[in-house]
Design a protein around this ligand. Structure first.
Ligand code: GLN
Length: 487
């Protein structure tokens, strides 16, 4: 019998619609697997009893018309879910139960998807390894000999859960790479849509001008399907874009003939391992063979992207996180007066990385330093965006590696914030410029770890990204090389 949880999202929904299996059968196959996967620590909380009730009611009603009917889906623990704990993997929100639902997750349930639970991530989505979570590390289902590896971050629980077939698909968030980098470390597909494509309403805020929700899936088709569901204008988010609704899935085609693909020379960074360079060359070769036109381009301000990001993101974070004061939300520590209560709450409620960001953020926003740091960073951000605008006059998409290395070991970078931040070198630029970008797996390296490429696209041109990734995916057939060894 088919192992139902190994089907892609598109296939699972098809199975239910064609009555090849009941919604409850599909759900049970995921539950069985989730029960055996505790060591991966993907879930902050599970909601399986409610999930079973929902699956039964779908089967009883026999209405299989919705486009995600019966799909078991766990989501990053950063999306507010009504009556279900939403922690942002922080002690600060350890017991926070929202009374409302984020727009993105509401759209999933409107299409009859079933919530499995909430997935672990870095605290308040700050990190690149899932090591800053209050609820502990997530393990990458891939290992290096006998060593455990990080799944990437901040959507590490999402990435590991999709890679290990614990959810049919998921939604994560990406502020500087948190969908794409963990997707790359675990061999799955991760898409950060254009800023404004998906509503931010009801998502725990990190850096509001950069945050964007997006699909993390088993393949490109699934990413198109999830994007179809979660995108769209939302009047509750003032930065939401009002674009005509199209179906990315129905328009998906694997034809790149005549497509102009830019290769930015600034992404050839120092000390990049040879395997990443040759991966990039392989991607170029495939696209050429499929009829695409390759062009060298320059994104001259790329070298300023990381420092710019690590000023703007903490600045916005320090402002967003000011609301956690022990009065309005979550955790409170006692103090002899109001000021001491604030101080105790924030020093005990936040972890070290979050505190580091708040300190950097308040520093760069403070009156004496605002012009020198924050304002300067905003200007450089503009230059980075202009580089892209200029390049997109000549090319349709840009191809780069997603990460400078494959997944690394626990602890390898956690004592060195700069080394950790360098992980985001290829991903932060798309957030700073508000552009869509997709990561998709190409092959395994000699140690058996996934390596992935990234495509960056024009504003609101997710379709070209999906089509191009789909075309390469068909050629490399990564999925056929995945072994189900982790159980
Ligand atoms: N790793 C980056 C950071 O720590 C990006 C995080 C994210 O995209 N949420 O800020």
């Amino acid at each position: 019998m088919t192992d139902l949880c190994k089907l892609t999202l598109v296939e699972s929904v098809q199975h239910i619609k064609e009555k090849k299996c009941a919604a409850l059968d599909l759900l049970n196959s995921y539950i069985k697997r989730i029960e055996k996967s505790d060591k991966l620590n993907c879930f902050n909380s599970k909601d399986l009893d409610t999930a079973i009730k929902k699956a039964k009611s779908i089967d009883e009603k026999k209405d299989f018309s919705k486009i995600l009917v019966g799909a078991p889906i766990a989501v990053k623990d950063l999306f507010c879910t009504r009556d279900v704990k939403t922690t942002a993997s922080s002690k600060m929100l350890e017991n926070f139960i929202p009374t409302y639902e984020s727009t993105v997750t509401q759209k999933l349930w409107n299409e009859d998807a079933i919530l499995l639970g909430k997935l672990n991530c870095d605290e308040f989505a700050m990190g690149s390894s899932n090591e800053t979570s209050f609820f502990g590390n997530v393990l990458n289902p891939y290992r290096l000999n006998n060593d455990n590896l990080v799944p990437g971050g901040s959507s590490g629980g999402c990435a590991a859960a999709v890679a290990a077939n614990l959810t049919s698909a998921t939604v994560g968030t990406d502020t500087g790479g948190s969908i794409r980098q963990p997707a790359a470390f675990t061999g799955i597909v991760g898409l950060k849509p254009t800023y404004g494509r998906c509503s931010r309403w009801g998502i725990v805020a990190f850096a509001s001008s950069l945050d964007q929700a997006g699909p993390m899936t088993k393949d490109v088709k699934d990413a198109a399907l999830i994007l179809d569901v979660i995108s769209g204008y939302d009047e509750k988010d003032s930065t939401s874009a009002n674009k005509p609704k199209t179906s990315f899935l129905n328009s998906l085609k694997n034809n790149v003939k005549g497509l102009k693909v830019g290769i930015p020379k600034e992404y050839r960074v120092e000390n990049m391992p040879e395997e990443v360079n040759s991966l990039w060359q392989e991607g170029i070769k495939i696209l050429k063979e499929q009829g695409a036109i390759i062009k060298d381009i320059s994104l001259a301000h790329t070298k300023y992207a990381l420092p710019t990001y690590y000023i703007i993101a903490p600045a916005e974070a320090s402002s967003n996180l000011a609301r956690y004061d022990g009065v309005r939300y979550g955790f409170r520590a006692e103090g002899k007066d109001l000021t001491e209560m604030y101080e105790n709450t924030r020093s005990k409620g936040f972890g070290n990385e979050v505190k580091r960001r708040i300190m950097i953020g308040t520093y760069v926003l403070s009156s004496g330093y605002y012009d020198a740091y924050y304002l300067k960073a905003q200007k450089v951000r503009n230059l980075i965006k202009t580089d892209f605008d200029e390049s997109f006059k000549d090319v349709d998409v840009i191809l780069t590696p997603t990460t400078p290395t494959a997944a690394f070991k626990f602890g390898e970078k956690s004592d060195d914030p700069i080394a950790m931040y360098l992980n985001d070198i290829f991903t932060v630029t798309a957030n700073l410029a508000g552009l869509p970008a997709i990561s998709f797996p190409i092959k395994f390296n000699k140690d058996g770890l996934p390596l992935s490429l990234q495509l960056i696209g024009k504003s609101f041109d997710e379709q070209t990204l999906l089509n191009t990734a789909y075309s390469i995916e068909k050629e490399v057939n990564f999925k056929s090389q995945v072994k189900d060894w982790w159980m």
